[in-house]
Write a protein that binds this ligand. Sequence first.
Ligand code: ADP
Ligand code: MG
Length: 689
Amino acid sequence: RPGGSGNGGIAPVGGINPYTNRPYSSKYHDILAKRRGLPVYEFLDDLLAKVKKNQVVVVEGETGSGKTTQIPQFLVDAGYTRDGYCVACTQPRRVAAMSIAKRVSEEMDVTMGEEVGYTIRFEDCSGPKTVLKFLTDGMLLREAMFDPMLKKYKVIVLDEAHERTLATDVLMGLLKDVLQRRPDMKMVVMSATLDAEKFQKYFGDAPLLRVPGRMFKVEVFYTPEPERDYVQAAIRTALQIHLCEEPGDILVFLTGEEEIEDACRKIRDESANYTSTHGELAVYPLYSSLPPTQQQKIFSEAPGPQAPGAPPGRKVVVSTNIAETSLTIDGIVYVVDPGFSKQKIYNPRVRVESLLVSPISRASAQQRSGRAGRTRPGKCFRLYTEKSFQKDLQEQTYPEILRSQMSNVVLTLLKLGVEDLVHFDFMDPPAPETLARALEELNYLGAISDEGLITQMGHRMSELPLDPQAAKMVLSAPDFGCSNEILTIVSMLSVPQVFMRPKEAAKRADEAKAQFAHVDGDHLTLLNAYHAYKQHGGSKDWCWDNFINVRSMGSAENVRTQLERMLTRMEVPLLSPDFNAPDYYTRIKKALTAGGYMQVAHLQKTGQYLTVKDHQIVSIHPSSVLDMKPPWVLYADFVLTSKNYIRTVTAVECEWLLEIAPHYYDLANFPKGETKNELEACAKRLYQL
Ligand code: ADP
Ligand code: MG
């Protein structure tokens, strides 16, 4: 270990950092003192011994015990990166990958992006010197596509395994195989909950290292009656804690950006009235699309007293479930848990995957309350009844693989040479119907042959970090002479909400958006907005004046640049139609159809839209610029709320559907109904022509 003797030694003051050959900073020593107090610290030598003897080791430890920040670092110090190797540590969430990389680079006293780095989709902050890399599980899966033996890595730390994300589950299956072929490779599987045994079994009875947590008692309170509006209840509870409880910081769990920003604003406004009597309340949001500098703020100290003798301030962090186990915020004494999170759900019968605000599991509720007892006894306020906790919440959250659409994963596995999906060693195998749907979709898209083998097109699609439909769209665009435009649209679709609509300025925001509106719909509106943004040189002021999210536009530009680079490497021509040609927008809409023809809805005589084939009743989302009801629309998302909405919608022609996707719109095998009749009439017209 740097400066130490390998027995948990302490770096002497002023020692030399072996990674940079510079003397350690004083900050290094300050942090080191804190690190040595983490529960995991005294188990590090034990871990090393286990890793030496076994290929796979499972580590289970309370959140905040120091697993993520210390263990990968320790493996690097122990020499596993000698001979140019690297240690990888996967994270289910981008925010966690970035935030932990930053923390660990500070702990190791190196520059982030050099010795310690991170990789998330469309952002690589690592380099030739990198020995420790934090990356999303999805990115490691992509790396495996280009380097199936993961030759760069000597040790892979699979963190937050208990979350059982889709990518983590697939990685586990793949790594099991890689480990057999690479006896020199090691793997550490880390989990925050009691499921360790399942992981041990899966990896051939791998040994377990259990890190006992240091937990103080957390008193749990339930509401006597169910809450009608959990956001309001959460805001009210946070404010009450501030007014009535002893000093200590607050963590509030909500489900998404909009909800969180709204709650932060209300808590800030309301608490300002009490600053002089009860101290300042510093409010910080935390969600995935927040820029890194803002994310970092959750770690700032709570504000002190306003004046000598006045009450101290406190901090409240309003977060998605990223704060449940991925990130630990010191100083939290109160937790407010409304009992919900956004979860993916998938219904293979109607091919709909959607993010839905759903009740959490009892295991999650337990984790959340645990966040309150890290530094001293705490309190957790559950905004649901005790009866509901016992009766309504399920024991564990289902693994994501059982709730996801699989076409992306299936394509990745095929690309990796896994042909026998049915016998692939999944920890929990997905439903056969889900796999069948994925294969069917990939076959329609031309990514796999009727025999289930990956095609040339499939190889190319899998090289793009996009879902199969978007990849097909991009790769088909040159046929319509508009790959530049499709690239822009796909990039705009891959970033968080571009058009902002604050409640207090909704009307002005709508007027601003109307300037970019295209009669044919939202995809073209996004394209117009991007063009306008570029014409104004990416000006922040212009974005601000036009209710355009500056950050999202910056991300879209970045995504676009990277995709463009990939397409150039793949020798895909980058073309634009003549802007003044009458068919400029038609070409673009046709290219959209070439990838998106499975997500089309048809207007029925009743005035309702039905999705083709699956016959789901849907409505156009109120955010759409479409104000008429075109007979055929293509949509980017299916939003499941109290009503089924399709969002980001563009009008298309039924002739295109028949021309571009005759195999999908094969009328001999089409479910009966108005849609089929309409298509038949259209086919007749085409045929006569
Ligand atoms: P685990 O992975 O076991 O949940 P971590 O390694 O993430 O634990 O965190 C260990 C400790 O490191 C936390 O309790 C916290 O005190 C500290 N820590 C982690 N990240 C930061 C950060 N960005 N700023 C300050 N302290 C941090
Ligand atoms: Mg962790």
